[in-house]
Design a protein around this ligand. Structure first.
Ligand code: SAM
Length: 262
């Protein structure tokens, strides 16, 4: 079955970029099934309200857990064409909840997600919060809702955005490029930043001399071994300067003798 991700938001138009570029192509060629839903479609009142005032006081509004649960459950229904009866997707659901208080999203998380979605019995739903976020009981309830495989609260980083849509786009773009058949050259996934706990080395293209700025000589030397060594050295020094904590994750077995010189 095709890996499937549903996104629920009060601003479905925010997800329009999913039609573009690599993700858009993966969609049209049937490598991934992405569906965007309006949270307000499952509201039952005249005002189509999705939020209410926070218990305990404080600024802003909180999103209602009942509306969210209904929206997540409704994603299971799909109608292959408008005249057909809706059918139910039998797959279990992995719910991804973007929140600044979640576990930081990493390349390892994305790789796990890609593996999970490639299996035939799981699909994912991303819940895009707004305002002060979603009533905390939603996650609690989902944990014992039949058909829910797991719930992951994930953060894009230590900063606050207005809503979960940008996080959903980041998760989808990060995961779709790891799905089988999406990237022309799977090698490019192996070499880039974080597939090892190292930042990627800098890259260059023509012209070799651009306005007096020259490409590092080793790259035009034709000496493959020297190029590899140079790239590794720059990756190590960059990581040490910019992200020293990453170096601690580098396994001793992944170091070679010459790394010590750096
Ligand atoms: N009051 C919340 C807090 O301090 O944790 C912030 C809510 S934020 C204004 C509204 C929504 O944006 C969140 O529910 C979440 O969906 C999304 N969001 C904001 N920052 C995010 C981040 N760093 N990572 C993931 N989602 C984020």
């Amino acid at each position: 079955s095709t890996p499937r991700i549903d996104v629920v938001s009060i601003f479905p138009e925010y997800l329009a970029p999913l039609d573009l570029s690599l993700v858009g192509k993966a969609r049209t060629s049937g490598l991934v099934d992405l569906r965007v839903h309006d949270l307000r479609d499952v509201t039952t009142d005249r005002h189509r309200s999705v939020d209410d005032a926070p218990f305990g006081g404080g600024a802003g509004m909180v999103m209602r857990p009942d509306v969210w649960l209904r929206a997540i459950e409704a994603t299971a229904q799909h109608r292959p064409d408008p005249s057909a009866e809706p059918t139910t997707d039998p797959r279990e659901v992995l719910v991804l909840v973007p929140t600044p208080s979640g576990v930081p999203l990493t390349q390892a998380t994305l790789a796990d997600l890609a593996t999970t979605l490639a299996s035939p019995d799981v699909r994912a739903v991303i819940t895009c919060g707004r305002y002060e976020g979603i009533d905390a009981r939603l996650v609690e309830r989902l944990a014992d809702t039949p058909g829910v495989r797991a719930v992951h609260e994930l953060s894009l980083g230590d900063y606050v955005l207005n809503g979960g849509e940008v996080a959903a786009l980041a998760m989808i773009e990060g995961v779709v490029r790891l799905l089988p058949g999406v990237l022309g050259n799977p090698e490019s996934v192996v070499e880039e930043s974080f597939s090892q706990p190292l930042l990627e080395y800098p890259v260059y293209t023509r012209p070799a001399d651009w306005d007096g700025l020259e490409v590092p000589a080793v790259l035009t030397s034709g000496h493959h071994g020297a190029v590899q060594r140079w790239r590794r050295d720059v990756a190590l020094t960059r990581t040490a300067r910019r992200r020293p904590a990453l170096l601690r994750e580098l396994a001793v077995a992944d170091l070679d003798v010459r790394d010590r010189a750096v």
